[in-house]
Design a protein around this ligand. Structure first.
Ligand SMILES: C[S@@+](CC[C@H](N)C(=O)[O-])C[C@H]1O[C@@H](n2cnc3c(N)ncnc32)[C@H](O)[C@@H]1O
Length: 370
């Protein structure tokens, strides 16, 4: 049998068909197109089993077992995990292919930087815990219902998923650690900026205080204000105290969308606007504009968000937009122009922008006419 007899295994054995040959035979071109389509879909659906594999890696505690520099055989790892040795060997074979573990000629496994990043308590461990939690998974599973209904199916009529997050004892703290890890890169970049004419930095929806702590530690003349929901504010308070910043930061428990913004000459909203619809955000932004107008000269708003890419381009912003759709009524990623329009609706001018680590963007705004 030859490739022209449409024997798919034989075709695959021959490797890629030169473009000219594909064009010469309409049937073969269609067959190859079908194979490539199938491969593309398999690549997308493969994300599901890879996520589950990472979840299993964490559940089996393999990162902790291998520690910083231990190298163990799959049999030894299986013994410690009380797991089936043959399946553990196959599992580690896959984790090696995914770049999570290393292996040597003696068949001993160690951790790659990616595997190290999954140590219990780490930001990536927390990210995985949040993303594979029943709440996040159910939100994704009900995406079609959400699209039909026009609001997240898992929420009923609630305005945000945060009360559901708080209801799960482990999920809230894990979400904070996840966010803290995501913010570490942008925080370092923001801390490297000039604060010589700034006295007070307010971080609204500032999570566990990672961003504020990074800026305040780098600039000892600054004071900070962190506004958060009650449970997060309590954890932020503890963390900022542990970092020796208690005397310099005021932690306020308040709804940031309640039309009141503390006075500060640098106001930060990081990964906050993407959780809400335009009109709720305009309420917040108007309050911010008022606070900036009554602060020191050259007071600014710094927004940190992941931008939605141009149509047809896939970035992490594309995926995050669907996550917002599944979980936050009105939540969405936006393009730079959409943010510019949103800021303008609240009387704020976008005056500068810049890329931050982790596909985040800094958008700096000031009151109109300032
Ligand atoms: C996506 S997280 C971002 C956290 C942090 N700003 C960062 O960039 O890592 C959004 C934060 O906003 C807080 N938040 C949401 N709604 C809030 C509200 N109405 N009032 C105060 N904080 C709120 C959440 O508790 C959460 O910590």
């Amino acid at each position: 049998m030859t490739a022209n007899d449409h024997d798919v295994p034989a075709l695959l054995m021959q490797g890629p068909v030169p473009a000219g040959e594909i064009a010469a035979s309409p049937f073969d071109a269609a067959l190859w197109q079908a194979i490539r389509t199938q491969e593309a879909i398999q690549k997308m659906t493969g994300g599901d089993i890879r996520l589950k594999a990472l979840k299993a890696f964490v559940a089996l505690n393999i990162a902790a077992i291998l520690g910083d520099d231990d190298h163990l055989t799959s049999g030894e790892i299986a013994d410690i995990c009380k797991a089936d040795a043959a399946l553990m060997a196959r599992f580690l074979y896959a984790m090696h292919a995914y770049g999570v573990v290393t292996t040597d000629e003696d068949g001993r496994y160690g951790l790659t930087p990616l595997g190290q990043a999954l140590q219990p308590g780490s930001a990536m461990w927390a990210a995985l815990g949040v993303i594979t939690s029943p709440l996040w998974q159910q939100a994704g599973d009900s995406l079609a219902d959400t699209i039909r209904a026009g609001h997240p199916a898992i929420l009923g009529g609630a305005a945000t998923p945060y009360p559901l997050v708080t209801r799960e004892p482990d999920l809230g703290p894990m979400f904070d650690v996840f966010m803290s890890g995501r913010t570490a890169g942008p925080a370092a970049a923001l801390a490297a900026r000039d604060y010589s004419d700034v006295r007070t930095v307010a971080d609204l929806g500032g999570g566990d205080g990672t961003l504020l702590a990074t800026i305040l530690t780098a600039h000892p003349h600054l004071n900070g204000i962190l506004v958060e929901r009650a449970d997060v504010a309590a954890r932020a308070d503890l963390r900022l105290t542990e970092q020796g910043l208690a005397g310099r930061v005021q932690v306020i428990t308040r709804d940031i969308f309640d039309d009141v913004c503390p006075s500060a000459d640098r106001i930060i909203v990081s990964s906050v606007l993407h959780n809400r619809d335009d009109s709720t955000n305009v309420t917040l932004l108007r309050a911010i504009r008022y606070a900036l107008e009554h602060a020191r000269p050259r007071a600014q708003l710094w927004c940190v968000e992941m931008l939605l890419p141009e149509a047809g381009i896939h970035t992490s912003g594309t995926d995050l937009d669907l996550r917002m759709m599944a979980m936050f009524p009105g939540g969405q990623e936006r393009t730079l122009r959409q943010y510019q329009a949103l800021l303008a609706s609240a009387g704020l001018n976008l005056i500068e922008g810049g890329l931050l680590p982790g596909n985040h963007t800094l958008m700096i705004a000031a009151p109109d006419g300032a």
